[in-house]
Every structure is written in structure tokens, then in C-alpha cells.
Design a protein around this ligand. Structure first.
Ligand code: MTE
Ligand code: MO
Length: 330
């Protein structure tokens, strides 16, 4: 997210990372996933992984669940963004600011993926803490092709794997006083060096209304491109809310709380006039410092017109009927 800096798309990718470094990193990662991801029983210690990164998704204990069945109800109007592009253009401030979009993958790979627990608390029948593998295995995984639109006017289209947030909400059994669902990211300043920058009020949090959370679209994401998600995408559990600006899609979640009062998200706290609670995508409502009329597709490099609700109005416009007093698009 930009506080005072230049717009990220003004920096050509070729200027940020020498192409040779970029290619070799992708080559290594791709080979690792391809070799290790296939047919290894959980008890085997394959000698191919001589020095595995602690965050290597090839060692993920849930890799047998992939690829998951694709839900064909969700289609795209544009090509899927290649993994070597989306996997090297990440917004994850815990691991660095936008100047290092290109290095996030490497830094994030050092974060151990296990043990990982998710605390479920607030206004629920049974507050509890669940191990991530138990949670993932309790939910039916599916694949969905979704568009993703960052508030900084870049976009991608990716095959997420995960389970509908509304299924999780039903499983968690919120009480009637629960009006919002709040998502919180880990705090691990030992590996997440960005968390040593105290200008940000860690942990990263953001939230949805209970009506939004029980809409069909929000997905609790565990994987991408038919395998467990690499860390830079927000492993082992992140949100995808495709009709809102990307900062609502909280990564690497450790706590999900059902609350009565509207939480203030990290970006809203830092710069509320620019990054509000609702943050629904709208080409007609500019960010205070730039237009939202078009976006740069990081896969094709092309500029394309931005769509109201990022093209998901059919599913979500009804959520906002009559809410004229709210800044729905900021
Ligand atoms: N914890 C956490 N979640 C986060 C962010 C972040 O910095 N920290 N960035 C957000 C923003 S602004 C965007 S655009 C998306 C980027 O997701 P991607 O890197 O998988 O494309 O993650 C969102 N979730
Ligand atoms: Mo973003």
C-alpha cells in the first residue's frame, strides 16, 4: 500500500529485478514443487529435499488434497495469470514494503508453515483453537478462478483452492450478536522483518460484515495453481474477497473473531481516508491520489477497464441495497 511513495506500476519489472535472477529463482522453485509434490507418502523423508526451506509448500502436510475439484460456476473474462508472475508480485508488508514486491517470495519462504493454529473466538458457541491441518481436512476444498484487484490499480486472475467462508461461519456457529468477522495475521518479527517497522500497527487485521462473510464468494484460501499455496500468497490460510480491493484479503490468518463492533483494519487505521472499511471496487470512485478507472493486468501487461464490484455485482450488489450513508467504495 502506498503511503507517500511512487505508484508501483511506474517501476518497470525489468528495473526491479535482473531477469537472470528472476528466471533462476523460478526455475528452482518450479522444479522443487514438481519433483517433491508427486506421490510422496507422509512418512517418507525424500533425499531430494536436502535443505528444504521451512516454508516449502512441497512438504505441506495437506498436499494429498490437491488438485481439488474446480467449481465451474466461477469463470474468467481474461487469461489466468502465470504463476511465475503472480508469485513474484506480492503485497505482503510483513515481509517487506512495495519497493520489494519482487523479493517477497524469497523472504516469505523462510517462514515455517507448521505448527500453525487458528484461534476462533468472540461471539461463537465454542471458542477454540484448531490446528490448521484439522481445519483444512474438516472443510471441502474446491478450486475457483477469481479476479483480484489491488487498490494500487494492478490486477491478476488466479485459480485459488480453498473452502467458502460461509461454510466456515456455519461450522463456527456464531451467536446472534455477531455482526462482523475479523481476520488477524500472525506476528513473528523474527522471520517477518517488516514487522520490526513500527510505523505499522501490527498485526494486520481486516474484517467483513457477517452478511458479506456469508455471501457465496469469500473463500478461505489454502492453495493456488492446484497445490498448497507458497508462503508469499498467504499460506497456510488467507482470505480471497474478489469484489473488494485486495487489502481486504487478509493473508496467513491465525485468528478469526466474531464481534459486535466494526473493527478498524490496519490500512484503515494508517490512512482511513484512502483505505476504508467497505473498499468495494468501483471504477467511478477514484482513490484520493489516483484514478481507479483502469487497471494493469500483471499477466498480460495490458491496461483494462475496471469493473464495478470487480465484475461480481451479480453476486454482491444486493448486499448494499439502501446503504446510502456508507462510503461503500472507499
Ligand atoms: N497479512 C497481510 N495480508 C495482506 C497484505 C499484507 O500486506 N499483509 N496485503 C494485501 C494486499 S494490498 C493485496 S493486493 C493482497 C495481495 O495478494 P497476493 O500477494 O497474493 O497477490 O494481499 C492482501 N493481504
Ligand atoms: Mo493491494
Amino acid at each position: 500500500m502506498l503511503i507517500r511513495r511512487r505508484r508501483s506500476w511506474e517501476i518497470p519489472e525489468s528495473a526491479a529485478t535482473p531477469e537472470s535472477a528472476y528466471l533462476s529463482r523460478r526455475g528452482l522453485l518450479g522444479a522443487g514443487v514438481g519433483l517433491l509434490g508427486i506421490g510422496l507418502g507422509a512418512g517418507l523423508a525424500p533425499f531430494a529435499e536436502a535443505a528444504p526451506e521451512p516454508g516449502d509448500p512441497a512438504n505441506d502436510p495437506t498436499r494429498d488434497l490437491y488438485p481439488a475439484r474446480r467449481n465451474d460456476a466461477y469463470t474468467l473474462d481474461r487469461p489466468v495469470t502465470p504463476e511465475d508472475i503472480s508469485g513474484n508480485y506480492n503485497n505482503f508488508y510483513e515481509f517487506g514494503s512495495d519497493r520489494s514486491y519482487y523479493q517477497i517470495a524469497d523472504v516469505a519462504a523462510r517462514m515455517p508453515r507448521r505448527p500453525w493454529t487458528v484461534k476462533i473466538d468472540g461471539l461463537v458457541e465454542n471458542p477454540r483453537e484448531v490446528g490448521i491441518d484439522d481445519l483444512i481436512r474438516a472443510m471441502p476444498l474446491e478450486e475457483r478462478l477469481y479476479r483480484h484487484r489491488c487498490v494500487e490499480a494492478w490486477s491478476m486472475a488466479v485459480p485459488w483452492t480453498g473452502f467458502p467462508l460461509k461454510d466456515f461461519v456455519a461450522w463456527a456457529k456464531p451467536m446472534s450478536g455477531a455482526k462482523f468477522v475479523r481476520f488477524e495475521t500472525f506476528v513473528k518479527p523474527d522471520v517477518a522483518l517488516g514487522q520490526r517497522r513500527f510505523i505499522y500497527p501490527w498485526p494486520y487485521i481486516d474484517s467483513l460484515t457477517i452478511e458479506e462473510a456469508t455471501n457465496e464468494l469469500p473463500l478461505l484460501v489454502t492453495g493456488i495453481y492446484g497445490k498448497p499455496a507458497p508462503n508469499q500468497f498467504g499460506a497456510p490460510l488467507r482470505l480471497a474477497v474478489p469484489w473488494k480491493y485486495g487489502f481486504k484479503s487478509v493473508k496467513s490468518i491465525v485468528r478469526i473473531s466474531f464481534v459486535a463492533e466494526r473493527p478498524v483494519g490496519l490500512w484503515e487505521q494508517v490512512q482511513g481516508r484512502e483505505y476504508g472499511f467497505w473498499a468495494n471496487v468501483n471504477p467511478g470512485v477514484p482513490h484520493p491520489r489516483w484514478s481507479q478507472a483502469t487497471e494493469r493486468d500483471i499477466g498480460t501487461g495490458e491496461r483494462r477497464p475496471t469493473l464495478i464490484y470487480n465484475g461480481y455485482g451479480e453476486q454482491v450488489a444486493g448486499l448494499y441495497k439502501g446503504m446510502t450513508a456508507e462510503k461503500l467504495f472507499m
